[in-house]
Write a protein that binds this ligand. Structure first.
Ligand code: NAD
Length: 511
Protein backbone atom coordinates (compact mmCIF):
# COMPACT_ATOMS: atom_id res chain seq x y z
CA UNK A 1 0.00 0.00 0.00
CA UNK A 2 1.17 3.48 -0.76
CA UNK A 3 1.81 5.86 2.10
CA UNK A 4 -1.35 7.88 2.56
CA UNK A 5 -0.95 11.60 2.19
CA UNK A 6 -0.98 13.58 5.40
CA UNK A 7 -4.59 14.38 6.27
CA UNK A 8 -5.94 17.27 4.22
CA UNK A 9 -2.54 18.95 3.89
CA UNK A 10 -2.88 20.55 0.52
CA UNK A 11 -0.54 23.41 1.03
CA UNK A 12 2.87 24.10 2.40
CA UNK A 13 2.15 27.81 2.38
CA UNK A 14 -1.25 27.92 4.03
CA UNK A 15 -2.56 24.86 5.71
CA UNK A 16 -6.16 23.94 6.27
CA UNK A 17 -6.33 22.10 9.56
CA UNK A 18 -9.64 23.32 10.77
CA UNK A 19 -12.07 21.43 12.94
CA UNK A 20 -14.59 24.24 12.94
CA UNK A 21 -16.59 26.05 10.32
CA UNK A 22 -15.02 29.33 11.37
CA UNK A 23 -11.50 28.11 10.78
CA UNK A 24 -12.31 26.55 7.44
CA UNK A 25 -13.88 29.74 6.24
CA UNK A 26 -11.12 32.00 7.48
CA UNK A 27 -8.31 30.46 5.49
CA UNK A 28 -7.68 30.20 1.80
CA UNK A 29 -6.52 26.84 0.52
CA UNK A 30 -3.94 25.95 -2.09
CA UNK A 31 -5.57 23.41 -4.34
CA UNK A 32 -3.08 21.46 -6.40
CA UNK A 33 -3.39 18.55 -8.76
CA UNK A 34 -3.30 15.12 -7.16
CA UNK A 35 -1.31 12.89 -9.48
CA UNK A 36 0.19 9.53 -8.60
CA UNK A 37 -0.23 10.30 -4.89
CA UNK A 38 1.61 13.65 -5.05
CA UNK A 39 0.20 17.15 -4.75
CA UNK A 40 1.57 19.00 -7.75
CA UNK A 41 1.58 22.47 -9.27
CA UNK A 42 0.45 22.74 -12.86
CA UNK A 43 3.02 21.94 -15.51
CA UNK A 44 2.59 25.50 -16.77
CA UNK A 45 2.89 26.94 -13.24
CA UNK A 46 -0.40 28.84 -13.49
CA UNK A 47 -3.07 29.23 -10.81
CA UNK A 48 -6.45 30.94 -10.59
CA UNK A 49 -8.37 32.40 -7.65
CA UNK A 50 -11.61 30.75 -6.54
CA UNK A 51 -13.74 33.09 -4.46
CA UNK A 52 -16.54 32.56 -1.94
CA UNK A 53 -19.86 33.27 -3.70
CA UNK A 54 -21.33 34.93 -0.59
CA UNK A 55 -18.46 36.99 0.85
CA UNK A 56 -16.42 37.44 -2.32
CA UNK A 57 -13.27 36.55 -0.29
CA UNK A 58 -10.57 34.32 -1.72
CA UNK A 59 -11.49 30.69 -1.00
CA UNK A 60 -8.65 28.95 -2.80
CA UNK A 61 -5.73 29.49 -5.12
CA UNK A 62 -6.15 26.66 -7.60
CA UNK A 63 -3.74 24.92 -9.97
CA UNK A 64 -4.71 25.91 -13.53
CA UNK A 65 -3.88 22.75 -15.41
CA UNK A 66 -3.95 21.88 -19.09
CA UNK A 67 -3.73 18.83 -21.34
CA UNK A 68 -0.20 18.07 -20.14
CA UNK A 69 -1.39 17.71 -16.55
CA UNK A 70 -4.36 15.64 -17.70
CA UNK A 71 -2.06 13.21 -19.52
CA UNK A 72 0.24 12.94 -16.49
CA UNK A 73 -2.83 12.00 -14.44
CA UNK A 74 -3.84 9.36 -17.00
CA UNK A 75 -0.31 7.92 -16.87
CA UNK A 76 -0.55 7.66 -13.08
CA UNK A 77 -4.03 6.09 -13.22
CA UNK A 78 -2.93 3.63 -15.89
CA UNK A 79 0.13 2.62 -13.86
CA UNK A 80 -2.01 2.07 -10.75
CA UNK A 81 -4.64 -0.02 -12.55
CA UNK A 82 -3.04 -3.51 -12.59
CA UNK A 83 -2.43 -3.60 -8.83
CA UNK A 84 -5.73 -1.97 -7.89
CA UNK A 85 -7.85 -4.12 -10.17
CA UNK A 86 -6.13 -7.14 -8.63
CA UNK A 87 -6.41 -5.92 -5.05
CA UNK A 88 -8.30 -8.01 -2.52
CA UNK A 89 -11.90 -6.97 -1.93
CA UNK A 90 -11.15 -6.56 1.76
CA UNK A 91 -8.49 -3.98 0.91
CA UNK A 92 -10.94 -1.95 -1.17
CA UNK A 93 -13.65 -2.35 1.43
CA UNK A 94 -11.47 -1.11 4.27
CA UNK A 95 -10.33 2.00 2.40
CA UNK A 96 -13.96 2.94 1.72
CA UNK A 97 -15.11 2.25 5.29
CA UNK A 98 -12.23 4.29 6.73
CA UNK A 99 -13.09 7.15 4.37
CA UNK A 100 -16.75 6.99 5.46
CA UNK A 101 -15.75 7.27 9.11
CA UNK A 102 -13.32 10.12 8.39
CA UNK A 103 -15.96 12.04 6.46
CA UNK A 104 -18.52 11.50 9.20
CA UNK A 105 -16.06 12.90 11.75
CA UNK A 106 -15.40 16.01 9.67
CA UNK A 107 -18.99 17.08 9.06
CA UNK A 108 -18.65 20.55 10.62
CA UNK A 109 -15.56 21.34 8.62
CA UNK A 110 -17.07 20.07 5.36
CA UNK A 111 -20.25 22.09 5.88
CA UNK A 112 -18.11 25.22 6.14
CA UNK A 113 -16.12 24.31 3.06
CA UNK A 114 -19.24 23.67 0.98
CA UNK A 115 -20.65 27.05 2.00
CA UNK A 116 -17.42 28.91 1.32
CA UNK A 117 -16.71 27.26 -2.02
CA UNK A 118 -20.17 26.90 -3.56
CA UNK A 119 -22.59 28.87 -1.36
CA UNK A 120 -24.23 25.64 -0.17
CA UNK A 121 -26.54 26.12 2.82
CA UNK A 122 -26.62 24.09 6.02
CA UNK A 123 -29.57 21.83 5.11
CA UNK A 124 -28.21 20.81 1.72
CA UNK A 125 -24.72 20.34 3.13
CA UNK A 126 -26.21 17.80 5.53
CA UNK A 127 -28.00 16.14 2.62
CA UNK A 128 -24.67 15.89 0.80
CA UNK A 129 -22.81 14.58 3.83
CA UNK A 130 -25.45 11.93 4.60
CA UNK A 131 -25.40 10.80 0.99
CA UNK A 132 -21.61 10.56 0.79
CA UNK A 133 -21.08 8.73 4.07
CA UNK A 134 -23.78 6.29 3.00
CA UNK A 135 -22.31 6.05 -0.51
CA UNK A 136 -18.90 5.06 0.86
CA UNK A 137 -20.43 2.48 3.20
CA UNK A 138 -22.58 0.94 0.48
CA UNK A 139 -19.71 0.95 -2.01
CA UNK A 140 -17.60 -0.96 0.51
CA UNK A 141 -19.96 -3.90 -0.02
CA UNK A 142 -19.65 -3.52 -3.79
CA UNK A 143 -16.10 -4.84 -3.53
CA UNK A 144 -17.70 -8.20 -2.61
CA UNK A 145 -20.43 -8.22 -5.26
CA UNK A 146 -20.48 -11.40 -7.38
CA UNK A 147 -18.13 -10.86 -10.31
CA UNK A 148 -19.88 -12.95 -12.94
CA UNK A 149 -21.97 -15.94 -13.91
CA UNK A 150 -21.46 -19.53 -15.02
CA UNK A 151 -23.28 -20.01 -18.33
CA UNK A 152 -24.57 -23.27 -19.82
CA UNK A 153 -22.72 -24.11 -23.06
CA UNK A 154 -23.91 -26.25 -26.00
CA UNK A 155 -20.32 -27.33 -26.60
CA UNK A 156 -19.82 -30.55 -24.68
CA UNK A 157 -16.91 -30.39 -22.26
CA UNK A 158 -16.82 -26.60 -22.22
CA UNK A 159 -17.28 -24.45 -19.15
CA UNK A 160 -18.36 -20.90 -19.97
CA UNK A 161 -18.19 -17.88 -17.72
CA UNK A 162 -19.33 -14.27 -17.97
CA UNK A 163 -16.80 -12.36 -15.89
CA UNK A 164 -17.21 -8.75 -14.88
CA UNK A 165 -13.91 -6.94 -15.13
CA UNK A 166 -13.07 -3.33 -14.34
CA UNK A 167 -12.69 -1.26 -17.50
CA UNK A 168 -9.42 0.49 -16.66
CA UNK A 169 -9.00 4.24 -16.37
CA UNK A 170 -12.27 6.19 -15.94
CA UNK A 171 -12.36 9.92 -16.73
CA UNK A 172 -14.85 11.55 -14.36
CA UNK A 173 -16.04 15.07 -15.14
CA UNK A 174 -18.18 16.65 -12.42
CA UNK A 175 -20.22 19.85 -11.96
CA UNK A 176 -20.05 22.33 -9.10
CA UNK A 177 -23.60 22.32 -7.77
CA UNK A 178 -23.73 19.40 -5.33
CA UNK A 179 -19.98 19.15 -5.46
CA UNK A 180 -19.38 16.61 -2.71
CA UNK A 181 -22.08 14.19 -3.89
CA UNK A 182 -21.46 14.50 -7.59
CA UNK A 183 -17.69 14.08 -7.43
CA UNK A 184 -18.13 11.29 -4.89
CA UNK A 185 -20.72 9.53 -7.03
CA UNK A 186 -18.37 9.81 -10.01
CA UNK A 187 -15.35 8.23 -8.31
CA UNK A 188 -16.46 5.93 -5.49
CA UNK A 189 -18.27 3.19 -7.43
CA UNK A 190 -15.64 3.01 -10.20
CA UNK A 191 -12.91 2.68 -7.56
CA UNK A 192 -14.89 0.07 -5.60
CA UNK A 193 -15.22 -2.02 -8.76
CA UNK A 194 -11.45 -1.98 -9.34
CA UNK A 195 -11.00 0.91 -11.78
CA UNK A 196 -8.66 3.85 -11.45
CA UNK A 197 -9.91 7.39 -12.00
CA UNK A 198 -8.91 10.83 -13.23
CA UNK A 199 -11.38 13.33 -11.78
CA UNK A 200 -11.80 16.72 -13.44
CA UNK A 201 -13.82 18.89 -11.10
CA UNK A 202 -15.65 22.05 -12.03
CA UNK A 203 -13.65 25.28 -11.86
CA UNK A 204 -16.31 26.40 -9.34
CA UNK A 205 -15.69 23.47 -6.97
CA UNK A 206 -12.07 22.37 -7.33
CA UNK A 207 -11.79 21.51 -3.66
CA UNK A 208 -15.04 19.96 -2.38
CA UNK A 209 -15.68 18.48 -5.82
CA UNK A 210 -12.10 17.40 -6.41
CA UNK A 211 -9.02 17.65 -4.18
CA UNK A 212 -11.02 16.96 -1.03
CA UNK A 213 -11.95 13.48 -2.29
CA UNK A 214 -8.32 12.72 -3.09
CA UNK A 215 -7.26 13.87 0.37
CA UNK A 216 -10.03 11.91 2.09
CA UNK A 217 -9.36 8.67 0.24
CA UNK A 218 -5.57 8.97 0.48
CA UNK A 219 -5.90 9.45 4.20
CA UNK A 220 -8.04 6.31 4.26
CA UNK A 221 -5.23 4.37 2.55
CA UNK A 222 -6.13 4.47 -1.14
CA UNK A 223 -2.93 3.61 -3.04
CA UNK A 224 -1.24 6.35 -5.04
CA UNK A 225 -2.57 6.76 -8.57
CA UNK A 226 -5.97 5.14 -8.01
CA UNK A 227 -7.66 8.56 -7.79
CA UNK A 228 -6.06 11.52 -9.55
CA UNK A 229 -7.48 15.03 -9.73
CA UNK A 230 -6.69 17.68 -12.32
CA UNK A 231 -8.04 21.22 -11.98
CA UNK A 232 -8.12 24.03 -14.52
CA UNK A 233 -8.98 27.71 -14.86
CA UNK A 234 -12.47 28.90 -15.85
CA UNK A 235 -13.07 28.57 -19.57
CA UNK A 236 -10.33 25.94 -20.00
CA UNK A 237 -12.33 22.76 -19.35
CA UNK A 238 -12.58 21.86 -23.02
CA UNK A 239 -8.87 21.18 -23.61
CA UNK A 240 -8.50 19.12 -20.42
CA UNK A 241 -11.65 17.08 -21.13
CA UNK A 242 -10.67 16.54 -24.76
CA UNK A 243 -7.21 15.27 -23.71
CA UNK A 244 -8.78 12.86 -21.24
CA UNK A 245 -11.39 11.50 -23.62
CA UNK A 246 -8.98 11.14 -26.54
CA UNK A 247 -6.34 9.25 -24.57
CA UNK A 248 -6.53 5.56 -25.54
CA UNK A 249 -5.77 4.51 -21.95
CA UNK A 250 -9.04 6.09 -20.77
CA UNK A 251 -11.75 3.46 -21.25
CA UNK A 252 -14.90 5.06 -19.84
CA UNK A 253 -16.27 8.57 -19.43
CA UNK A 254 -18.48 9.62 -16.55
CA UNK A 255 -19.99 13.05 -17.06
CA UNK A 256 -22.39 15.01 -14.87
CA UNK A 257 -23.28 18.54 -15.93
CA UNK A 258 -25.40 20.57 -18.28
CA UNK A 259 -26.97 19.17 -21.42
CA UNK A 260 -25.01 21.62 -23.59
CA UNK A 261 -21.68 20.37 -22.25
CA UNK A 262 -22.87 16.76 -22.15
CA UNK A 263 -23.64 16.90 -25.86
CA UNK A 264 -20.06 18.02 -26.55
CA UNK A 265 -18.67 15.28 -24.32
CA UNK A 266 -20.84 12.66 -26.06
CA UNK A 267 -19.71 13.85 -29.50
CA UNK A 268 -16.04 13.63 -28.49
CA UNK A 269 -16.57 10.25 -26.81
CA UNK A 270 -18.37 8.99 -29.92
CA UNK A 271 -15.49 10.06 -32.13
CA UNK A 272 -13.17 7.98 -29.96
CA UNK A 273 -15.68 5.10 -29.70
CA UNK A 274 -15.93 5.36 -25.93
CA UNK A 275 -18.91 4.70 -23.77
CA UNK A 276 -20.04 7.66 -21.66
CA UNK A 277 -22.42 7.80 -18.72
CA UNK A 278 -24.20 11.13 -19.11
CA UNK A 279 -26.09 12.75 -16.22
CA UNK A 280 -27.44 16.01 -17.60
CA UNK A 281 -29.91 18.81 -16.96
CA UNK A 282 -33.63 18.67 -16.29
CA UNK A 283 -36.80 20.73 -16.68
CA UNK A 284 -38.62 18.77 -14.05
CA UNK A 285 -42.40 18.91 -13.66
CA UNK A 286 -44.33 18.59 -10.42
CA UNK A 287 -47.94 17.60 -11.15
CA UNK A 288 -50.59 18.65 -8.66
CA UNK A 289 -53.78 16.78 -9.52
CA UNK A 290 -57.33 17.88 -8.67
CA UNK A 291 -57.56 15.43 -5.74
CA UNK A 292 -54.24 16.57 -4.19
CA UNK A 293 -54.27 17.75 -0.57
CA UNK A 294 -53.44 21.42 -1.01
CA UNK A 295 -51.22 21.90 2.05
CA UNK A 296 -49.17 18.86 1.18
CA UNK A 297 -48.84 19.99 -2.42
CA UNK A 298 -47.64 23.46 -1.40
CA UNK A 299 -45.10 22.01 1.09
CA UNK A 300 -43.74 19.66 -1.57
CA UNK A 301 -43.57 22.36 -4.23
CA UNK A 302 -41.76 24.84 -1.97
CA UNK A 303 -39.11 22.28 -1.09
CA UNK A 304 -38.78 20.90 -4.62
CA UNK A 305 -38.42 24.30 -6.25
CA UNK A 306 -36.17 26.08 -3.76
CA UNK A 307 -34.01 23.49 -1.99
CA UNK A 308 -30.32 24.38 -2.49
CA UNK A 309 -31.49 27.67 -3.99
CA UNK A 310 -32.98 25.80 -6.95
CA UNK A 311 -29.48 24.67 -7.93
CA UNK A 312 -29.96 20.91 -8.17
CA UNK A 313 -30.61 19.10 -11.43
CA UNK A 314 -33.71 17.56 -9.80
CA UNK A 315 -35.44 20.79 -8.72
CA UNK A 316 -39.06 21.30 -9.77
CA UNK A 317 -38.95 23.85 -12.59
CA UNK A 318 -42.61 23.65 -13.65
CA UNK A 319 -45.52 23.16 -11.31
CA UNK A 320 -48.49 21.92 -13.31
CA UNK A 321 -51.61 22.41 -11.19
CA UNK A 322 -55.14 21.31 -11.97
CA UNK A 323 -57.28 24.35 -12.77
CA UNK A 324 -59.67 23.42 -9.94
CA UNK A 325 -56.88 24.13 -7.41
CA UNK A 326 -54.77 26.59 -9.35
CA UNK A 327 -55.78 29.90 -7.77
CA UNK A 328 -55.67 28.63 -4.19
CA UNK A 329 -52.41 26.86 -4.83
CA UNK A 330 -50.84 29.94 -6.43
CA UNK A 331 -51.81 32.27 -3.58
CA UNK A 332 -50.40 29.97 -0.91
CA UNK A 333 -47.32 28.98 -2.89
CA UNK A 334 -46.35 32.54 -3.77
CA UNK A 335 -46.82 33.73 -0.18
CA UNK A 336 -44.58 30.94 1.10
CA UNK A 337 -41.96 31.52 -1.61
CA UNK A 338 -41.82 35.26 -0.95
CA UNK A 339 -41.26 34.65 2.77
CA UNK A 340 -38.32 32.23 2.40
CA UNK A 341 -35.18 33.56 4.11
CA UNK A 342 -32.53 34.69 1.61
CA UNK A 343 -28.85 35.38 2.32
CA UNK A 344 -25.88 33.98 4.22
CA UNK A 345 -25.53 30.25 3.50
CA UNK A 346 -23.90 29.59 6.88
CA UNK A 347 -27.05 30.78 8.68
CA UNK A 348 -29.11 27.61 9.32
CA UNK A 349 -32.33 29.61 8.74
CA UNK A 350 -31.35 30.56 5.17
CA UNK A 351 -33.17 28.71 2.40
CA UNK A 352 -31.97 30.64 -0.65
CA UNK A 353 -28.27 31.51 -0.60
CA UNK A 354 -25.98 33.15 -3.14
CA UNK A 355 -25.87 32.22 -6.81
CA UNK A 356 -22.56 30.59 -7.69
CA UNK A 357 -21.18 33.42 -9.84
CA UNK A 358 -22.01 36.70 -11.59
CA UNK A 359 -22.62 35.01 -14.91
CA UNK A 360 -25.27 32.70 -13.43
CA UNK A 361 -26.89 35.61 -11.57
CA UNK A 362 -27.19 37.71 -14.72
CA UNK A 363 -28.55 34.74 -16.71
CA UNK A 364 -31.36 34.32 -14.17
CA UNK A 365 -32.16 38.02 -14.30
CA UNK A 366 -32.11 38.13 -18.11
CA UNK A 367 -34.32 35.08 -18.58
CA UNK A 368 -36.94 36.32 -16.12
CA UNK A 369 -36.93 39.79 -17.71
CA UNK A 370 -37.31 38.36 -21.21
CA UNK A 371 -40.20 36.10 -20.14
CA UNK A 372 -41.96 39.08 -18.57
CA UNK A 373 -41.33 41.16 -21.71
CA UNK A 374 -43.00 38.35 -23.67
CA UNK A 375 -46.10 38.41 -21.47
CA UNK A 376 -45.33 36.21 -18.42
CA UNK A 377 -46.77 37.28 -15.06
CA UNK A 378 -44.12 37.72 -12.36
CA UNK A 379 -45.76 36.68 -9.09
CA UNK A 380 -42.77 37.23 -6.80
CA UNK A 381 -39.00 37.81 -6.98
CA UNK A 382 -37.23 38.46 -10.25
CA UNK A 383 -34.67 41.03 -9.16
CA UNK A 384 -31.23 40.11 -7.70
CA UNK A 385 -30.64 40.96 -4.04
CA UNK A 386 -26.87 41.38 -3.79
CA UNK A 387 -25.31 38.02 -4.65
CA UNK A 388 -28.63 36.19 -4.26
CA UNK A 389 -31.56 35.73 -6.59
CA UNK A 390 -34.73 35.64 -4.48
CA UNK A 391 -37.37 32.91 -4.87
CA UNK A 392 -39.07 33.76 -8.15
CA UNK A 393 -42.44 32.51 -9.38
CA UNK A 394 -43.95 33.18 -12.80
CA UNK A 395 -47.20 32.19 -14.48
CA UNK A 396 -48.39 32.36 -18.10
CA UNK A 397 -44.84 31.97 -19.37
CA UNK A 398 -45.00 31.86 -23.18
CA UNK A 399 -43.62 28.64 -24.69
CA UNK A 400 -41.14 30.65 -26.78
CA UNK A 401 -39.27 32.06 -23.79
CA UNK A 402 -36.09 30.32 -22.63
CA UNK A 403 -37.56 29.83 -19.16
CA UNK A 404 -40.30 27.68 -20.69
CA UNK A 405 -38.14 25.24 -22.59
CA UNK A 406 -34.60 25.35 -21.16
CA UNK A 407 -33.27 24.52 -17.72
CA UNK A 408 -32.79 27.68 -15.66
CA UNK A 409 -30.47 26.78 -12.82
CA UNK A 410 -31.66 28.76 -9.82
CA UNK A 411 -34.65 29.61 -7.63
CA UNK A 412 -37.05 30.27 -10.49
CA UNK A 413 -40.21 28.23 -11.00
CA UNK A 414 -43.11 28.35 -13.46
CA UNK A 415 -46.77 27.76 -12.58
CA UNK A 416 -48.99 26.27 -15.23
CA UNK A 417 -52.71 25.35 -15.07
CA UNK A 418 -53.95 22.08 -16.57
CA UNK A 419 -57.33 20.50 -17.24
CA UNK A 420 -57.29 17.07 -15.66
CA UNK A 421 -54.66 14.37 -15.20
CA UNK A 422 -54.27 13.53 -18.91
CA UNK A 423 -53.60 17.16 -19.74
CA UNK A 424 -51.07 17.33 -16.87
CA UNK A 425 -49.33 14.28 -18.30
CA UNK A 426 -49.27 15.72 -21.81
CA UNK A 427 -47.80 19.00 -20.55
CA UNK A 428 -45.25 17.22 -18.37
CA UNK A 429 -44.03 15.17 -21.32
CA UNK A 430 -43.85 18.20 -23.65
CA UNK A 431 -40.16 18.85 -23.02
CA UNK A 432 -36.84 17.72 -24.45
CA UNK A 433 -35.70 16.80 -20.94
CA UNK A 434 -36.58 13.73 -18.89
CA UNK A 435 -34.79 13.64 -15.57
CA UNK A 436 -37.19 13.67 -12.61
CA UNK A 437 -40.84 14.37 -11.85
CA UNK A 438 -43.27 14.39 -8.94
CA UNK A 439 -47.01 13.74 -8.79
CA UNK A 440 -49.17 14.86 -5.88
CA UNK A 441 -52.53 13.10 -5.78
CA UNK A 442 -55.06 11.72 -3.33
CA UNK A 443 -54.98 8.45 -5.28
CA UNK A 444 -51.49 6.90 -5.26
CA UNK A 445 -52.55 4.10 -7.63
CA UNK A 446 -53.56 6.60 -10.25
CA UNK A 447 -50.27 8.36 -9.51
CA UNK A 448 -48.43 5.13 -10.23
CA UNK A 449 -50.23 4.74 -13.53
CA UNK A 450 -49.28 8.28 -14.54
CA UNK A 451 -45.70 7.71 -13.36
CA UNK A 452 -45.40 4.80 -15.78
CA UNK A 453 -46.49 7.09 -18.61
CA UNK A 454 -44.15 9.97 -17.75
CA UNK A 455 -41.06 10.07 -19.92
CA UNK A 456 -38.62 10.69 -17.06
CA UNK A 457 -35.86 8.57 -15.55
CA UNK A 458 -37.20 9.14 -12.03
CA UNK A 459 -40.76 9.77 -10.79
CA UNK A 460 -42.00 10.14 -7.22
CA UNK A 461 -45.68 9.81 -6.41
CA UNK A 462 -46.76 12.01 -3.52
CA UNK A 463 -43.35 13.60 -3.29
CA UNK A 464 -41.50 16.33 -5.10
CA UNK A 465 -38.69 15.50 -7.56
CA UNK A 466 -35.60 16.15 -5.39
CA UNK A 467 -34.59 12.78 -3.96
CA UNK A 468 -31.47 10.67 -4.13
CA UNK A 469 -30.01 7.71 -2.31
CA UNK A 470 -26.78 5.95 -3.22
CA UNK A 471 -28.45 2.64 -4.06
CA UNK A 472 -31.12 4.06 -6.39
CA UNK A 473 -30.88 4.00 -10.20
CA UNK A 474 -30.27 7.68 -10.81
CA UNK A 475 -30.41 9.03 -14.34
CA UNK A 476 -32.48 10.59 -17.05
CA UNK A 477 -33.94 9.93 -20.48
CA UNK A 478 -34.07 12.15 -23.60
CA UNK A 479 -31.81 15.22 -23.26
CA UNK A 480 -31.29 14.49 -19.56
CA UNK A 481 -28.75 11.81 -20.36
CA UNK A 482 -28.04 8.11 -20.57
CA UNK A 483 -26.82 5.53 -18.10
CA UNK A 484 -27.49 5.12 -14.40
CA UNK A 485 -25.58 5.89 -11.24
CA UNK A 486 -26.47 3.99 -8.10
CA UNK A 487 -24.34 1.45 -6.30
CA UNK A 488 -26.21 -1.58 -7.65
CA UNK A 489 -26.12 -0.22 -11.19
CA UNK A 490 -22.55 1.04 -11.27
CA UNK A 491 -21.21 -2.40 -12.07
CA UNK A 492 -23.14 -2.17 -15.33
CA UNK A 493 -21.52 1.17 -16.20
CA UNK A 494 -17.96 0.70 -14.97
CA UNK A 495 -17.20 -2.93 -15.74
CA UNK A 496 -16.93 -4.90 -18.96
CA UNK A 497 -18.41 -8.40 -19.24
CA UNK A 498 -15.90 -10.85 -20.63
CA UNK A 499 -16.96 -14.24 -22.01
CA UNK A 500 -14.38 -16.80 -21.04
CA UNK A 501 -14.61 -20.50 -21.87
CA UNK A 502 -12.36 -23.40 -20.98
CA UNK A 503 -12.17 -27.02 -22.23
CA UNK A 504 -10.42 -29.97 -20.75
CA UNK A 505 -10.32 -32.08 -23.96
CA UNK A 506 -9.18 -30.85 -27.39
CA UNK A 507 -12.11 -29.94 -29.62
CA UNK A 508 -12.81 -31.76 -32.93
CA UNK A 509 -12.98 -29.28 -35.79
CA UNK A 510 -14.58 -30.07 -39.19
CA UNK A 511 -11.43 -29.16 -41.12
P1 NAD B 1 -21.39 22.47 -16.78
O1 NAD B 1 -21.91 21.66 -17.90
O2 NAD B 1 -21.08 23.89 -17.02
O3 NAD B 1 -20.05 21.83 -16.23
C1 NAD B 1 -19.96 20.47 -15.87
C2 NAD B 1 -18.53 20.02 -16.05
O4 NAD B 1 -18.18 20.12 -17.41
C3 NAD B 1 -17.52 20.86 -15.27
O5 NAD B 1 -16.49 20.03 -14.80
C4 NAD B 1 -17.01 21.82 -16.32
O6 NAD B 1 -15.71 22.29 -16.05
C5 NAD B 1 -17.02 20.92 -17.55
N1 NAD B 1 -17.07 21.63 -18.80
C6 NAD B 1 -17.56 22.87 -19.05
N2 NAD B 1 -17.40 23.18 -20.35
C7 NAD B 1 -16.82 22.12 -20.94
C8 NAD B 1 -16.40 21.83 -22.27
N3 NAD B 1 -16.56 22.70 -23.25
N4 NAD B 1 -15.84 20.62 -22.52
C9 NAD B 1 -15.69 19.73 -21.52
N5 NAD B 1 -16.05 19.95 -20.23
C10 NAD B 1 -16.61 21.13 -19.96
O7 NAD B 1 -22.42 22.29 -15.58
P2 NAD B 1 -22.40 23.01 -14.15
O8 NAD B 1 -22.84 24.42 -14.29
O9 NAD B 1 -21.11 22.73 -13.45
O10 NAD B 1 -23.51 22.17 -13.38
C11 NAD B 1 -24.88 22.42 -13.49
C12 NAD B 1 -25.50 21.54 -14.55
O11 NAD B 1 -25.29 20.18 -14.25
C13 NAD B 1 -27.01 21.70 -14.63
O12 NAD B 1 -27.39 21.63 -15.98
C14 NAD B 1 -27.52 20.50 -13.87
O13 NAD B 1 -28.83 20.12 -14.20
C15 NAD B 1 -26.53 19.46 -14.26
N6 NAD B 1 -26.49 18.40 -13.28
C16 NAD B 1 -26.98 17.17 -13.62
C17 NAD B 1 -27.01 16.16 -12.66
C18 NAD B 1 -27.57 14.81 -12.97
O14 NAD B 1 -27.31 13.88 -12.23
N7 NAD B 1 -28.36 14.65 -14.02
C19 NAD B 1 -26.52 16.41 -11.38
C20 NAD B 1 -26.04 17.67 -11.09
C21 NAD B 1 -26.00 18.67 -12.03
Amino acid sequence: MAQPNPPFELSERRRLRSDTIGDAMDRAIDVRHHIGGDWLDSAGGRTYPKTDPWTGALFAEVAAGDAEDALAAVTAADAAFPAWSDSLPIERQQVLLRAADALDRRRDEVRGLLAAETGCGVHFAEVQLDFCVNLLRQAAALAYAPAGQVLPSDLAGTRALAIRRPVGVVAAIAPWNASLVLAGRAVVAPIATGNTVVLKPSEEAPYTGGAFWAALLSEAGLPAGVLNVVTHAPGEAGAVAEALIADPRVRRISFTGSTVTGRRIAETAGRHLKRAVLQLGGHNPLLVLADAPLDRAVDAAIYGAFVHSGQTCMCARRIIVDRALFDDFAVRFVARAAALPVGDPTDPATVVGPVVNEWALSLLERRVREAVDQGARLLTGGVPAGRCFPPTVLADVPPTSELAFDETFGPVVLLEACDGAEDALRRANATDFGLTAGIITGDPYRGLDLACRLRAGIVHVNDQPVNDQPQMPFGGVKDSGAGRFGIGFAAEEFTEVQWVSARQEPRRYPF
